[in-house]
Design a protein around this ligand. Structure first.
Ligand SMILES: [Ca+2]
Ligand SMILES: [Ca+2]
Ligand SMILES: [Ca+2]
Ligand SMILES: [Ca+2]
Length: 426
């Protein structure tokens, strides 16, 4: 099965060469997986009512015979072995929201694999379907919320940093954000649509696999998650989340990738289309929020240094032309936090902060930034002290390195990515 192996670091190699090598390794792994895996993304069966109706709504069902006849087995979680149903499946129905990968060997290893999409419906394995590769041959099956977890067996995204990516000491406050566990390296938070929130440190295990830590479940109750450094003055990074009722919550970071008991900031935040944790825009040393409302007005919420905010101030109107805000820290090298916004033409604009809560003339950044993908800003990724950006392209997350003069170069590949739109990274 697909397993991403990381290239070993060779001392003295330029960082860009090592990243290119890692990218090639990942690309090869993906190509290999495609050749070994049969993917089913739509039901080959006619829509007319038939025996496949035996499978209840929301369930994944295996059947002993073709045409969804004989004994039926409902699969509700991954099965490393199939017990009495080993080599016994001749048709199946996926009415569930889960991805599934059926293997012809036990323990999800080796053999042929059949990738089954959510709500795929009925698949008859008899009659020469798939050249007979799966009829009476399924010996293990893995189910998961994301295609990534179903195919790789890892619930979080692969993402790694190189040892030298540690940020230089003594960075100005405006550049110190994106590090939730205080190890001097940026981190990611990843939320799957089943509500699990993961902390990803970018650190790998001895065998090259990536580490992830489950923050907790239930985070799909939140309509926005935003982060940008420490908001309550304890030198530990924090998180804000807005729930469906419009209440904004403050989650104080513990400095280890987890969060303490949340504190209610206030209600009424559903009037805001997008919230961005922007860093210190006013120059008082306290980090602030920016939010734009549905009328296109951009508001500044000055932080009080205790996790809450003073009375908001209007920055300006006309922001409905933008579909995404991002807080990159300082991109211009003047030590003042800046703002990014993406318009409907895939252009990303840099608004240089003036340190007084307002912005100077905007400047267009290079590259196209598709509207259905995030713009990820966790500060300096590669350890040169200059704020970078990240975004997913196909199967990988790419880094666009900031040059400290208001522009970016890149992109460099760093991370595997899910093809499913049901994972969000912050
Ligand atoms: Ca870190
Ligand atoms: Ca804090
Ligand atoms: Ca700046
Ligand atoms: Ca950098």
């Amino acid at each position: 099965m697909l397993r991403i192996s990381l290239g070993r670091r060779a001392p003295g190699d330029p960082s860009s060469l090592r990243r290119t090598a890692a990218r090639r390794t990942l690309g090869a792994a993906l190509a290999l997986a495609a050749s070994m895996t049969t993917a089913v993304t739509m039901a080959p069966q006619a829509a007319a009512a038939d025996n496949s109706d035996r499978c209840p709504s929301g369930k994944l069902c295996l059947f002993q015979y073709g045409d969804y006849k004989g004994e039926m087995k409902i699969v509700s979680s991954s099965l490393a072995t199939m017990g009495d149903f080993n080599d016994k499946t001749s048709s199946l129905v996926n009415n569930s929201r889960m991805w599934a990968v059926a293997h012809t060997k036990a323990n999800y290893a080796g053999g042929d694999t059949l990738l089954i999409g959510p709500h795929n419906g009925a698949i008859d394995l008899t009659g020469g379907a798939f050249d007979g590769a799966f009829d009476n041959k399924i010996s293990s099956i893995r189910v998961a919320t994301t295609e990534y977890e179903a195919t790789q067996g890892v619930p979080w995204m692969d993402w790694y940093l190189l040892p030298e990516d540690k940020r230089p000491a003594g960075l100005p406050d405006v550049a110190r954000f994106g590090d939730l566990n205080n190890d001097g390296r940026p981190d990611l938070l990843e939320r799957a649509d089943d509500g699990r929130l993961w902390f990803l440190s970018g650190i790998v295990n001895a065998d090259g696999s990536t580490k992830g830590k489950l923050v907790g479940g239930g985070w799909n109750a939140m309509t926005q998650l935003v982060r940008h450094g420490d908001y309550n003055g304890d030198a530990k990074e924090d998180l804000y989340a807005r729930d469906k009722a419009g209440v904004l919550w403050f989650y104080p970071g513990r400095g280890n990738g987890t969060f303490g008991t949340r504190v209610r900031v206030g209600g009424g935040w559903n009037a805001l289309r997008e919230i961005s944790a922007a860093g210190d825009l006013t120059g008082d040393g306290h980090r602030d929020l920016l939010a734009r409302d549905t009328a296109g007005k951009l508001w500044l919420y000055p932080g009080n240094g205790k996790g809450a905010f003073r009375a908001r101030k209007l920055v300006g109107g006309g922001w409905n032309a933008m579909n995404k805000l991002a807080a990159p820290g300082d991109m211009t090298g003047d030590g003042k936090a800046d703002l990014l916004a993406r318009d409907g033409s895939r252009a990303l604009w840099l608004y240089p902060g003036n340190g007084n809560g307002a912005f100077g003339a905007r400047k267009k950044l290079p590259y196209a930034w598709p509207s259905d993908e995030p713009v990820i800003a966790t500060g300096d990724v590669n350890g040169d002290g200059l704020s970078d950006l990240m975004r997913p392209i196909n199967f990988q997350l790419f880094v666009y390195h900031g040059n400290g003069r208001g522009s970016i170069s890149g992109p460099d590949a760093d991370m595997g990515w899910d093809t499913a739109p049901n994972v969000r990274v912050f």
